[in-house]
Design a protein around this ligand. Structure first.
Ligand code: RB5
Length: 142
């Protein structure tokens, strides 16, 4: 199960990503927001991060205008490695090297076509399981 959430700035991209997930047959749960009315990105970033951290979801996608505020919020939750990606190289590397469990996107930064490619790259790239990356990820948690 994939958890997805956004603020108003990411609402329309979230709708497009959910349609894309349906086409791919990826099961997801929508944690809001449910309209483009102004709202607070921490509420939605935290909801998805908590769902991933407590095992309700396996991974997540979070979106705000820049992707910055919502990723900062998600990364406050222990066990969360949220990666803000604006290109496919970063999306591949953060799965392979960081075992990122949440993808953050900036809807005012990347167009829909690129965003969907980034989503596909994130979902299709496994963690490398290399010892050095496991060691570094452990050090993130302190
Ligand atoms: C909302 O206007 C905007 O601040 C938000 O979507 C995000 O970019 C914050 O980091």
């Amino acid at each position: 199960m994939l958890g997805i959430g956004s603020d108003h700035g990411g609402y329309h991209l979230k709708q497009a990503i959910m349609r894309h997930l349906e086409e791919r047959g990826v099961a997801y749960r929508d944690y809001g927001t449910y309209s483009d009315a102004s709202c607070d990105y921490p509420d939605y970033g935290r909801a998805v991060a908590l769902a991933v951290a407590n095992g309700e979801c396996d991974n997540g996608i979070i979106i705000c205008g820049t992707g910055i505020g919502i990723s900062i919020t998600a990364n406050k939750v222990p066990g969360i490695r949220a990666a803000l990606c604006g290109d496919c190289f970063s999306a591949e590397a953060t799965r392979s090297h960081n075992d990122a469990n949440i993808l953050a996107l900036g809807a005012r930064v990347v167009g829909e076509g690129l965003a969907l490619k980034i989503v596909d790259t994130f979902l299709d790239t496994p963690f490398s399981n290399d010892e050095r990356h496991i060691r570094r990820i452990r050090k993130i948690e302190g």
